[in-house]
Design a protein around this ligand. Structure first.
Ligand code: PEP
Ligand code: MG
Length: 578
């Protein structure tokens, strides 16, 4: 009888391999009283451990493969910054000195205090950040306790193995990827953990939250990991094994075949050209967008230039970042979204000055924050305008909820243009300015936005969050996140119609655009411009190339009339099978 263990699939793909259980667990710590004469030695021991931890992480940072997206390195940087933070550096030293505690116990007390603070946070994303504190503290503890910090046992090569662990840090994940592991399974962690995000970027199949997996599975037994379904199959017979081997083979043939599409045009069978663009967060991401031959960038999330740092980038630094991207695009268009800071995306500086809100997704974020703070907004507008002298740039305003915000923004852009005129600085006088439609109020009134703006882009991530009243960062309500909810589909249709009537370009840059499951439905509804992570672009292109729009319009209309998403799901399955 085979055994099935379930968890949350966070990175899809099928892996078959031998189990390797990482028995590291939580380092055991005991409290000891240090004699007064030895207190300063203990402080030194602690400081040395901090230094060694920093060296370990810096060393791992240099081993990140060049092809890895830039935000992965940022995870390691977050851990390095934590090691320099006084909460981890100074507070334990005070405890060692004032209470004559051993370094391990002082660090454990401070870890518990920090974890408590994170656990009380309302924001699900910030709550998951307590994992980072635990990972960093465990690294220091293992150094203090002379335990091995690296996920290897010195002798066994882990190539092709399926790693089963209590939890993995982003640094562990990088080292394991170096050893070419087949997949990993952890007992803890959620879909928003940095480790899960990294697994997706590095394309390692992964399932998290599989409680008791270390007790149930045994070293060297063969198991199957299905990262899409979130299951691990053990004690498998030959039939199951050969079924999954076949699936795995098909998967690998499919991904290889996608590479052949890189230089092929995205045109449907009935001859409609579709524009496939990339989403980027940092300038470095442009290389992976170019690598899949995208026809430009449909969303540059510029707030990432403002995150994980102690001071804000000035106009020149922003200009540099935009120029790096536009130069690498070699004539393809770049859509720069103005700052979408707030909610789950905070910069240190704006966070410190803003009043904490109970409901940050509904608070002072994105264009609301920018209109309130000209010192934040104007340098960015000037940088975008100045960059527009060097290539085709479009400016995009996030989180519009009423037309006054759009008109006020257009006015501020005009003022920035006048400033540049007075200073004799060059810019594109006809730079297109568009808006993201991601709030239901804006979707319902999209025709008004379409009258005043040069293009619209549908942000399905927020549109779904706000339409269905579910926090997109809260895994407790993830099950309600439903792109096929009739209300969501009707809003998307409204926006597309408004754009078509006004004869302005209309694109989609939320996750739905990059999920090939929805490609045919969106084509049938009239979408012609899709923007997504580079990793999914070729998959979407392959569906487009096998689609006939004339056959999709009627079923799409039918799907719009569905009263439940189950009906819509069945119809989407139909058009995908056809
Ligand atoms: C969206 O909301 O769909 C979107 C693309 O913006 P972000 O995910 O950055 O909020
Ligand atoms: Mg959004």
């Amino acid at each position: 009888m085979s055994v099935t263990l379930s968890g949350i699939g966070v990175s899809r793909g099928i892996a078959i391999g031998k189990v390797h259980i990482l028995e590291r667990g939580q380092p055991e710590v005991v409290e000891q009283k240090i004699p007064a004469s030895k207190v300063e030695d203990e402080v030194l021991r602690f400081q040395l451990a901090l230094k060694v931890a920093q060296e370990e992480l810096k060393n791992i940072r240099t081993r990140i493969p060049a092809s890895t997206p830039a935000d992965i390195a940022a995870f390691i940087d977050t851990h390095l910054l934590m090691l320099k933070d006084s909460a981890l550096g100074n507070v334990p030293i005070d405890l060692i000195r004032n209470q004559q505690l051993n370094a391990e116990w002082a660090l454990k007390l401070q870890r518990d205090a920090l974890v408590n603070i994170f656990e009380e946070m309302d924001d699900a994303y910030l709550r998951t950040r307590k994992d980072d504190v635990i990972h960093v503290v465990n690294r220091i503890l293992r150094i203090l306790l002379n335990q091995d910090n690296q996920p290897h046992d010195g002798v066994t090569a882990l190539t092709g193995h399926i790693i089963i662990a209590d939890d993995l840090t982003p640094a562990d994940t990088i080292l394991l990827q170096h050893q070419k592991i087949a997949a990993f399974v952890t007992e803890y962690g959620g879909p928003l953990s940095h480790t899960a995000i990294m697994a997706r970027s590095l394309r390692i199949p992964a399932v998290v939250g599989v409680h008791n997996s270390r007790k149930t599975l045994h070293n060297d037994e063969i198991v199957i990991v299905d990262g899409k379904q979130g299951v691990i199959l053990a004690n498998i017979d030959e039939d199951i094994l050969s079924y999954y081997r076949q699936q795995q083979q098909q998967e690998s043939i499919y991904y290889k075949s996608l590479n052949k599409l890189k230089n092929k045009a995205a045109i449907t069978i009935d001859g409609t050209p579709i524009s496939l663009l990339g989403n980027i967060e940092l300038p470095e991401d442009i290389d992976s967008v170019n690598d899949v031959s995208a026809s430009g960038v449909g969303l540059f999330r510029t707030e990432f230039l403002f995150m994980n740092r102690s001071s804000l980038p000035d106009e020149e630094e922003q200009l540099d970042a935009y120029l790096t991207v536009i130069n690498k695009l070699k004539g393809n268009p770049l859509t720069i979204r103005t700052l979408d800071l707030g909610a789950d995306k905070q910069s240190q500086e704006t966070k410190d000055t803003s009043v904490p809100t109970i409901n940050p997704a509904l608070g002072l974020r994105a264009i609301r924050l920018c209109l309130k703070d000209p010192d934040l907004f104007t340098p960015q507008l000037r940088a975008i305008l100045r960059a527009s002298a060097h290539g085709p740039i479009r400016m995009m305003i996030p989180m519009l909820s009423n037309i006054q915000e759009a008109l006020q923004t257009l006015q501020i852009i005009e003022e920035a243009k006048h400033q540049l005129d007075r200073e004799g600085l060059d810019y594109d006088k006809d730079i297109p300015v568009g808006g993201m439609i991601e709030i239901p109020a804006a979707a319902i009134t999209a025709y008004t936005f379409a009258k005043h703006l040069d293009f619209l882009s549908i942000g399905t991530n927020d549109l779904i969050q706000y339409t269905l009243a579910i926090d997109r960062m809260d895994d407790e309500v993830n099950y309600l996140y439903d792109p096929l909810h009739p209300a969501v589909l009707r809003l998307i249709h409204l926006i597309l119609n408004a754009g078509h009537k006004a004869k302005i370009p209309i694109s989609m840059c939320g996750e739905m655009a990059g999920d090939s499951y929805y490609t045919r439905l969106l084509l049938g509804l009239g979408l012609r411009e899709f923007s997504m992570q580079a990793a999914t672009l070729l998959e979407v292109k392959s569906v487009i190339k096998e689609s006939n729009i004339s056959e999709l319009v009627r079923p799409a209309r039918k799907i719009l009339q569905c009263t439940h998403s189950d009906q819509a799901l069945a119809l989407v399955n139909n058009i995908n099978a056809g």
